[in-house]
Design a protein around this ligand. Structure first.
Ligand SMILES: Nc1ncnc2c1ncn2[C@@H]1O[C@H](COP(=O)(O)OP(=O)(O)OP(=O)(O)O)[C@@H](O)[C@H]1O
Ligand SMILES: [Mg+2]
Length: 471
């Protein structure tokens, strides 16, 4: 008896200790909801709670503790209940991450759609600004046009970056000097920084190995980092502002740091600065896309981009790129003046449903003495081609109705010789199917928005295929 009694007492003591010490928050409540027993994990998590009816149900986020799921199960037939909480912080984070990734993917699709739409107006702006800059102009108009040109080119590059990010195409891969890329970008900002009293200093490593990748994309990254630093300095009204750029080789990587004495980044924002559309800037100043694009570009180059900051005194962005051995350097061809072929007397057909593009190409060709017919659809073009012998057929790839590709196939079956006379203008080379078509057919193409020089060079290539060379 005694032994049995002692055993029972010991058992209930054990159960009480177990209940008290178990790290899962548990409580027992009466039918009315009044809590009659709770362990320390429970009171620790819900201090002062005396009635489960007053408690939140399902998921509850407790600041500083994480997310918990609450469950209530019946204990006996007097209506008593057990309530316990399980921590689900990791699951919730994972779920949020998945939702976030899906959201990013749909934003990516949306943005690439917008980028396509921007290509045509940009091609118009860029083209006409180039045409205008060729005439004799007074210096102030020339300056204004130069600004339009530079801005349209920058916008064009951003659009191309968007499209290549969205399509995940292989960017250009060449060996190049990262210090030079940084110097190019610094030049772009020099004037504005002088005006704003921002002093840029550098500490470039002399023996920096060549970086491997797309120099224009990395220039885009540095431009973004520098403009962000300027904005942060502006935010604090810190004068003179300072931006220090340093290149080194660290632990087998090429490392670039961009340090500013601007506003710094608040700890609560740190995790979000690389998210698309996260911005602390006023509406017209920032889109919040800069850093997310930078991070993607750097990742595509096998590198890393991260930030370190003290709120109130400045930030450092660090970019690391892998070092590759045995880089073959691609000679960068200087843009040469077009001299090979005169267009005088040559017969052109220009097909585009976008009137500004046809007019622009018309203007370029007309200035060089070409004869030009215009068509605003594939069907219209086919009628022209049946009637006349064209030296070059400049064709938009994406048109409603008869697409550029189908037109090409139809013309090919009419007269196979004509296939060498096509020159495609496209905003869509990143599309795999289009790319395959261009490669297989071996046709020339230029990408919107194009420089006039690029168009003229592509025309020359088409002509040199079809005309005997004059020596
Ligand atoms: N050098 C910096 N100092 C302080 N804050 C910065 C710095 N760089 C970025 N940030 C913070 O990160 C946010 C996101 O930067 P991001 O470049 O992605 O977008 P943005 O500059 O706001 O807009 P956009 O680049 O599209 O014009 C900024 O709004 C700013 O709050
Ligand atoms: Mg930015």
């Amino acid at each position: 008896m005694t032994r049995e009694g002692t055993g029972l007492a010991a058992d209930s003591q054990l159960i009480t200790s177990l209940f008290a010490l178990i790290p899962i928050p548990v409580a027992i409540a009466e039918e009315s909801g009044r809590i009659i027993l709770s362990n320390s994990a429970f009171t620790d998590l819900f201090p002062g709670v005396q009635n489960i009816q007053l408690m939140p149900h399902h998921e509850v986020e407790i600041p500083g503790r994480g997310t918990y799921e609450l469950e209530t199960v019946p204990l006996n037939d007097q209506g008593m209940k057990i309530v316990y909480a399980t921590e689900i912080t990791n699951e919730v984070q994972l779920r949020r991450q998945v939702v976030h990734m899906e959201k990013m993917a749909s934003i990516g699709r949306l943005v690439s759609g917008v980028a396509h739409e921007l290509n045509n107006p940009l091609a118009g702006i860029l083209g006409y600004a180039q045409l205008a800059s060729r005439s004799d102009l007074d210096p102030s108009t020339a300056h204004m046009i130069a600004v339009i040109l530079a801005q349209a080119e920058r916008a064009g590059k951003i659009v191309q970056n968007f499209l290549s990010l969205a399509a995940k195409t292989e960017p250009k891969r060449v060996g190049f000097d990262l210090n030079d890329a940084i110097r190019n970008v610094m030049q772009l900002r020099e004037y504005q920084e002088n005006v704003d009293n921002v002093i840029m200093t550098t500490e470039f490593s002399d023996g920096l190995p060549l970086a491997w990748g797309d120099p224009h994309q990395l220039e885009q990254v540095f431009l973004n980092l520098i403009v962000n630093a300027e904005d942060a300095i502006d935010d604090m009204q810190r004068r003179p502002g300072s931006i220090h750029i340093k290149t080194t080789v660290e632990a087998g990587h090429i490392q670039v740091t961009v340090t500013d004495n601007g506003s710094g980044i608040h700890a609560r924002d740190m995790a979000r600065i690389f998210d698309p559309f996260f911005t602390t800037k006023e509406k017209h100043r920032g889109t919040g896309l800069g850093l997310s694009i930078c991070a993607e570009i750097v990742k595509d180059h096998g590198g890393e981009l991260y930030a370190w900051s003290t709120y109130g005194s400045g930030s450092t962005f660090t970019l690391e790129l892998p070092i590759r051995n045995e880089i073959e350097i691609e000679e960068i061809q200087p843009i040469r003046a077009s001299q090979a072929h005169s267009l005088r007397g040559k017969q052109f057909l220009v097909i585009d449903d976008e009137i500004h593009i046809t007019e622009l190409i018309f203007d370029v060709l007309a200035r060089q003495g070409a004869r030009i017919d215009l068509a605003n659809s594939g069907v219209d073009a086919l009628e022209h081609i049946k009637k006349k012998n064209y030296d070059v057929i400049i064709c938009d790839q994406r048109m409603p109705g008869l697409s550029g590709q189908r037109l090409y196939r139809m013309v090919e079956s009419l007269n196979p010789e004509f296939q060498h006379r096509f020159l495609f203008v496209t905003g869509d080379v990143v599309n795999d199917q289009t790319k395959r078509f261009f490669l297989q057919a071996g046709v020339q193409y230029v990408r919107k928005p194009f420089r006039i020089q690029e168009l003229v060079e592509a025309i020359e290539k088409v002509l040199s295929r079809t005309q005997p060379q004059n020596f």
